[in-house]
Design a binder for this molecule. Structure first.
Ligand code: PMP
Length: 437
C-alpha cells in the first residue's frame, strides 16, 4: 500500500522524531536477502542488518517454517514452574557456542530486558556469596544498554537519562572515544587503555564492597562504533577481578558473529562473568534476548532449600517456544553457512573498502572491525547531527539503508554480504557524502 494511503497517526514510533517522520515517511514493506523493498517499490540495500540483528539476511525460509511449525505444535506454554522441551534444547544449543564457561542461559525478550536481568543476577549473586552490600553498578559514558531503568542508569547517553530518574548508586567510567589521538586507526586504537583505571578510581571513591558489577559493551555500537583501545578490556577485567566486581559484557550487537567470532569475548580474548545478547539470536525474526552466565555465578544461586525459587525474576515470555524455534533455525543457518566467523573472512576487504572513503570532505574519523564500521563527520556549526541525517535520507533515496547517531554513520550489513554488495554500499555512501558535503 503506498504511504499516502497508510494512516500514520496511531503508531507512536520509538526513538523517532514522529512529526518530522510522518511529514515524509520512509516505509519498508518487504525484504529478501540483502535487500529491503520500500512501499513505493524501490530496492534498498540493507547496510545495517535491520537494527544490527538480521545477520543471516532477510526472508530466511527455514526460520519462517520453524516458526510456523512451532505455532502449530505448541504456540505458548509458561516457563514458571513449568517447562517445554524447545526452551531446554535451545539453551543447550546456545551453551555449545557460548563463550567458555558461560553456558547457563536466562531468556528474555529483548536486549533491554537482558541488561536488566544481568544487573539483577549480579546483585543476587553478590548477596548469595555473602556480599549483600554490593548493590552499586558501574557503567560507562556513551554506553547504550537499552531503555529499562537499569539500562539507562548504567548507560551513558544524556538524551536517554535527561528526563527520567535513574537507579541510585550507579556511576560511570569515562568513555574511550578519542577521535583526535586515535583518528583513522585501522587496528584497535593505540591510546586509552589507561581509561580502564577509572574502575580503580571508582573503587576508591565508593568502596569495592558497594559495587556489584561493571557493564560495558566490548565494542560500543549504537553510540558510534567505538572500539576498545588495545589492552583496555584486559585491564578492566583485571581490576574487576581484584575487587570482586562482576564484569558484564553487553553483546547485544556484537554477539552472533558481528566481529568475526561468535562473541566479542573471543575476538578480544577477555572473559567476562556475564554476557547479554538479543537481536541476532533469532536473526531479528522474533523478539528474544538471552543472558549467558558463568557457571560459578549460576551455581552460587542454586543453594538453599530445593523447594525455594532461587531468583525472583522472569518474563511471561522467557524462552517463548516460537522465539526458541526461530533461534534454533537461526543457529542452523549460522552453522551451515559459517556466518559466526564470516566477518573475519571479510574483514580485510571490508576495512579496505570503508577506509577508501578517507579523504572525502567532512569525514573526520573512520573505524572498522569485523563487519561493522563507524564513519564520523564534522558537525555543522549550531546543528549537530544534521549532516549525518542528510546523508541518511539521501542514502535512502539512492537505495541504501544506513544508521546514524549524532554525526556518526554506522554500517553493519548482514553477514551474508558479498564483496560486490560491499562495493555497492560504499560507492553509494561515497556519492552521498560528496553530495551532502
Ligand atoms: N544493549 C546494546 C548494546 C544494544 O545495542 C541494544 C539495542 N541497540 C540494547 C542493549 C537494547 O536492546 P533492545 O532494543 O532489544 O531492548
Amino acid at each position: 500500500m503506498p504511504a499516502n494511503t497508510t494512516a500514520l497517526d496511531n503508531f507512536w514510533m520509538p526513538f523517532t522524531a514522529n512529526r518530522q517522520f510522518k511529514a515524509a515517511p520512509r516505509l519498508l514493506a518487504e525484504a529478501e536477502g540483502m535487500y529491503y523493498r520500500s512501499d513505493d517499490g524501490r530496492r534498498v540495500l540493507d547496510g545495517t542488518a535491520g537494527l544490527w540483528c538480521v545477520n543471516a539476511g532477510h526472508g530466511r525460509r527455514e526460520i519462517a517454517e520453524a516458526v510456523g511449525e512451532q505455532l502449530r505444535t505448541l504456540d505458548y506454554a509458561p516457563t514458571f514452574q513449568m517447562g517445554h522441551p524447545i526452551a531446554f534444547r535451545f539453551a543447550e544449543r546456545l551453551g555449545e557456542i557460548a563463550p567458555a564457561g558461560l553456558d547457563r542461559i536466562f531468556f528474555t525478550n529483548s536486549g533491554s530486558e537482558a541488561v536488566d536481568t544481568a544487573l539483577k543476577i549480579a546483585v543476587a549473586y553478590q548477596r548469595a556469596i555473602g556480599q549483600g552490600t554490593r548493590t552499586r553498578f558501574i557503567g560507562r559514558e556513551r554506553g547504550y544498554h537499552g531503555v529499562g531503568f537499569g539500562g539507562i542508569s548504567v548507560g551513558g547517553l544524556v538524551n536517554n537519562r535527561r528526563v527520567f530518574p535513574t537507579l541510585p548508586g550507579t556511576d560511570h567510567l569515562r568513555h574511550t572515544h578519542d577521535p583526535v589521538r586515535n583518528a583513522f586507526s585501522q587496528d584497535l586504537p593505540e591510546h586509552g587503555a589507561e581509561l580502564a583505571d577509572d574502575l580503580e578510581r571508582l573503587v576508591g571513591l565508593h568502596g569495592a564492597e558497594t559495587i556489584a558489577a561493571v557493564i560495558v559493551e566490548p565494542m560500543a555500537g549504537s553510540t558510534g562504533v567505538l572500539l576498545p583501545p588495545k589492552g583496555y578490556l584486559e585491564r578492566l577485567r583485571e581490576i574487576a577481578t581484584r575487587h570482586g566486581i562482576l564484569l558484564i559484557f553487553d553483546e547485544v550487537i556484537t554477539g552472533f558473529g558481528r566481529l568475526g567470532t561468535p562473541f566479542a569475548t573471543e575476538k578480544f580474548g577477555v572473559q567476562p562473568d556475564i554476557v547479554t545478547t538479543a537481536k541476532a539470536i533469532t536473526n531479528g525474526a522474533v523478539p528474544m534476548g538471552a543472558v549467558f552466565c558463568a557457571r560459578g555465578v549460576h551455581d552460587a544461586l542454586m543453594q538453599g532449600p530445593e523447594s525455594a525459587i532461587e531468583l525472583f525474576h522472569g518474563y511471561t515470555y522467557s524462552g517463548h517456544p516460537v522465539a526458541c524455534a526461530a533461534g534454533m533455525a537461526t543457529l542452523d543457518i549460522y552453522a551451515r553457512e559459517g556466518l559466526l566467523t564470516r566477518a573475519a573472512e571479510l574483514e580485510a576487504y571490508w576495512k579496505e573498502a570503508v577506509f577508501s572513503l578517507r579523504g572525502l570532505p567532512t569525514i573526520t574519523d573512520i573505524r572498522a572491525i569485523g563487519l561493522v564500521a563507524g564513519i564520523e563527520l564534522a558537525s555543522r556549526e549550531g546543528a549537530p547531527g544534521s549532516r549525518a541525517y542528510d546523508v541518511f535520507t539521501d542514502c535512502f533515496q539512492r537505495g541504501l539503508l544506513i544508521r546514524v547517531t549524532g554525526d556518526i554513520i554506522a554500517l553493519s550489513p548482514p553477514l551474508i554480504a558479498e564483496k560486490a554488495e560491499i562495493d555497492t554500499m560504499i560507492e553509494m555512501l561515497r556519492e552521498t557524502i560528496k553530495a551532502t558535503a
